[in-house]
Design a binder for this molecule. Structure first.
Ligand code: PRP
Ligand code: HPA
Length: 177
């Protein structure tokens, strides 16, 4: 586990003043470029889910970087993957909710038939900053009467207290800054 975390840590870069002044942007792209890092991420997520949430029915990934890790984890676990997308991208009847980001505003959407009432879902994204995005996704899933078992992210920016915004749901992260 320590070796895997080290490998993941070494695959995250920081860019000052991106996308706007004052933001130190944590870039996870090198994880995807290094197969060992990517495998380490999915391994550690899989261990966590198998230990804490054996009964999860679906992985719900957040647009766009949650889509990079979510389907890999879902496939490992042998369960389905569902997309929460930015507004206007999903066909058919959708449910939507507006939210604030660390550096802007957005609106999230899910297909109305994506999750059945009572299904146990685990949310996944690359990074937790203010928690606005994950909180919005939780609101969408609540509208669909899903049972949210928790959230997982690769990176958690502790100073922004995003985990507080997601309460009572728990956030599991691999790397913290
Ligand atoms: C980033 C990141 C998370 C979110 C975290 O995505 O990938 O989804 O912001 O911020 P928050 O905790 O303050 O809500 P972004 O909206 O930039 O979109 P992208 O994944 O499409 O690049
Ligand atoms: N990196 C990537 N995505 C983000 C960040 C960051 O530092 N802050 C908010 N979304």
């Amino acid at each position: 586990r320590e070796e895997k975390l080290k490998r993941i840590n070494e695959s995250i870069r920081a860019f000052p003043d991106f996308p706007t002044k004052g933001i130190l942007f944590r870039d996870i792209c090198p994880i995807l470029k290094d197969p060992k890092s990517l495998t380490a991420v999915i391994d550690l997520f899989e261990d966590y889910v198998r230990q804490k949430h054996q009964d999860v029915d679906l992985i719900v990934g957040l647009d766009a970087r949650g889509f990079l890790f979510g389907p890999l984890l879902a496939q490992r676990l042998g369960i389905g993957f569902v997309l929460v997308r930015k507004k206007g991208k999903l066909p058919g009847p959708t449910v939507s909710v507006a939210y604030d980001l660390e550096y802007g505003k957005a609106e999230a959407e899910i297909q109305e038939d994506a999750v059945a009432p009572g299904q146990k879902v685990l949310l996944i994204d690359d990074l937790l900053a203010t928690g606005g995005t994950l909180n919005a996704a939780c609101a969408l899933l609540k509208k669909q009467q899903a049972d949210i078992v928790g959230c997982v992210v690769v990176v958690e920016l502790k100073d922004l207290n995003g985990a507080d915004k997601i309460k009572p749901h728990t956030v599991f992260s691999l790397v913290q800054y």
